[in-house]
Design a protein around this ligand. Sequence first.
Ligand code: GLP
Length: 259
Amino acid sequence: MAEVVIVPDAARAGVLVAEEIVRLITRRPDAVLGVATGSTPLPVYEALRERVGGVDVSLLRAFALDEYVGIDPDHPESYRNVIRREVVEPLGLDPERVRVPAGALMGIETAGEEYEEAIASAGGIDLQILGIGTDGHIGFNEPGSSFASRTRVKTLTQQTREDNARFFESVDDVPEHCITQGLGTILAARHLVLLAFGAGKAEAVAGAIEGPVTASVPGSAIQLHSHVTVVVDEAAASALRFGDYYRYAWSHKPAWQGL
Ligand code: GLP
């Protein structure tokens, strides 16, 4: 079962996850981080920025979850640019060691396979940061995605395009396709850390953690993984049936266990 940690706010979640990432990098300087876009992981990157001063990140490698297909690579909201702006530059990572799926139309047919090969030759992902969409998607794996899927091109739902329209001039400017790590790719990471904040995510979080394991809620795939940490604020936790138990378990957790 996933460990569910209910925190007072997003800043506290950021600190908790950043501390775990620092522990990982300290243990293994060439660790492989799975990074996510969206607003949810930003507090993690911010807390990490405050902590990387004392850690050598020169060998750290990172793979992003997804990218829009056909987006102008210079568009500020291409995930390549978002990862550069929010992760690579502020943390001082080596850009050569950070990859984002290739969303260019030229070569898109083989981009998924090449991305899978790159992850495999890096030795797999040690810790994968995940957000969750209001329709339960993780990465850009929309409802119906196979639990065995690997990195490939998907069509975005209208809901996701509307949710992401805030980053574009209008919903019509949000690309219709994406290239995303599959649910099978995500499940192969050694530790999954899913974050969610706000009441708008409550239903998706409850579905992912406590609902049936179903492709209709792609986030529910995390129930198949043996090492999952879910960090949510009170609002995102509000639809959980077993919230009291999660709080009890967290407050009784032996300190040596870490996340
Ligand atoms: C996008 C990303 C997901 C992210 C989701 C939620 O669709 N592809 O990786 O989890 O949005 O975004 P936010 O964190 O901004 O709510």
